[in-house]
Design a protein. Structure first.
Length: 158
């Protein structure tokens, strides 16, 4: 008997088109080619990586959100050797404010705990107040504010 509402589950192979759609909504400045490279890496079979999705339980195979997870050996603000990390977190606009982001994060906490770490870390763009507020509402504490810089350097001509 089919479910009557969305639910959270692990990513499946046939979810990649929807996952790409949502990644492009979350990170619109990233090229499709780079998204595909990152997706390939993120979806490799490993106990140290996972993607969980909101399955809308419809016949059109549409998803409603995702959370990308990894276990990292170093995270700013933690003294632990291994920490769960939220690499990406997205909920479609029509499902926001209806506990789906919270359900994805709870599933991320369970996934992390099952792998041994007792901390889950994440990040958000400094100019994304909705994400900052969502993290705070879910019990995350801010550890640092940081601006990253990049500059091209010329190779020396010998």
């Amino acid at each position: 008997m089919p479910r009557s509402r969305p639910f959270v589950r692990p990513l499946r192979r046939n979810d990649h088109a929807e996952w790409l759609r949502m990644r492009r909504a979350l990170w619109p400045d990233v090229s499709v080619a780079l998204h595909r490279v990152e997706m390939r890496e993120q979806s490799r079979r490993s106990r140290a990586r996972a993607v969980l999705v909101i399955d809308r339980d419809g016949v059109d195979a549409k998803l409603g959100g995702f959370i990308e997870l990894s276990v990292r050996s170093r995270v700013d603000g933690s003294l632990r050797a291994r920490v769960g990390y939220v690499d990406g977190w997205f909920v479609d606009p029509d499902l926001r404010g209806r506990t789906w982001g919270r359900q994805l994060m709870r599933a991320a906490e369970a996934w992390t705990a099952a792998r041994g770490p007792d901390e889950l870390a994440s990040d958000a763009e400094i100019d994304n107040p909705a994400s900052l507020a969502a993290h705070a509402a879910l019990g995350f504490r801010e550890t640092f504010r940081l601006v990253h810089f990049l500059k091209k350097v010329r190779r020396s001509q010998r």
